[in-house]
Design a protein around this ligand. Sequence first.
Ligand SMILES: Nc1ncnc2c1ncn2[C@@H]1O[C@H](COP(=O)(O)OP(=O)(O)OP(=O)(O)O)[C@@H](O)[C@H]1O
Ligand SMILES: [Mg+2]
Length: 263
Amino acid sequence: MAILRLQGISKNFGAVAALTDVDLEVDAGQVVAIVGDNGAGKSTLVKVLSGVHSPDGGRIAFEGREVTIPGPAAAHRLGIATVFQDLALCENLNVIENLFLGQELSPFRLDDVAMEVRSWELLRQLSAKLPAVRLPVAALSGGQRQTVAIARSLLGDPKIIILDEPTAALGVAQTAEVLNLIDRLRENGHGVVMISHNMSDVRAVADQVVVLRLGRNSGVFDARTTSSEEIVAAITGAGDNAVTQRAARSETVDRSGMAGGAW
Ligand SMILES: Nc1ncnc2c1ncn2[C@@H]1O[C@H](COP(=O)(O)OP(=O)(O)OP(=O)(O)O)[C@@H](O)[C@H]1O
Ligand SMILES: [Mg+2]
C-alpha cells in the first residue's frame, strides 16, 4: 500500500490553473522524482503536500486514510517533512543549534549533551560526513548544508521526505554526496519525493519519475528502464507536435499493414 496517494489534485491561483487533476503515489522505500518545465506545477504540488497551500479539489490519502493538510503543523503531525530549496538554515548558528532550532529536546532547558548525541545519531543514519557539529553553518559547503537540512527533517521521524531541488546549487562531488543521502533515506524505508531539473540526478537515484506539464500529469516512468529522451519528450510535450504525431501515425499504418499482409 502506498504511504501517500494523491488523486485528482487541483489548485488554481485566480485564473491560473497551477495543478489540474494530478495523481501521485509514494511507497515506503521508494524515491519518486517530480520533473517538469518551469511553471509546470512542481513547487505548487510540494506546497500542497507540506500544508502551505490547500488544494481546490482532489483527495489525499496517508497510509490508506483520507486526510487534509491544513497547515505545516498538520503535515508534520502526519509525518511529511519538507526540505525547501532555500534550506532555511541560520548561518551564524552551529549544526546542533540548527538541527534543534525551535524544538529543543527538553521543554525546560537545552540539554546540550543529549542534543549533540542525537545530532551524531541523525548524521550516522545518513552516513553523512561532517567535520564537526559545533561548527557554524556558514563554514559548511553547499552539500554539507543540504545534509544538515535533511538531517533536521528527520527529527520528527517522518514517513515521507520531500526535497525541492536538492542538488541545484551543488558541484559534482557534493551532488554525489547528496544523492548518497537520498539512497540512505530509501534504505531506511522513507518515501522520498525529489523535485529536480537534472536528468542525470533523476536517473541516478529515482525509482519512479513523475512528469508534470502545464499543471497536469504527463507520464509516470520507471527510472531504470526509461531513456532520458522519453522523459524529456514528456516534459516538453514533444508527442504533441505535428512531426511526432505524423511519425506515430505512419508507425500504426505500418504495423496494421504487416498484420493484414505478410503475416
Ligand atoms: N502564489 C502564487 N500565486 C499566483 N500564481 C502562482 C503562485 N504560485 C505559483 N503560481 C503559478 O502556478 C504555476 C505553477 O508554478 P510552480 O511554481 O508550481 O511551478 P514549478 O514547476 O515549481 O516551476 P519552477 O521550475 O520554475 O520552479 C505557474 O504558472 C506560476 O506562475
Ligand atoms: Mg518551483
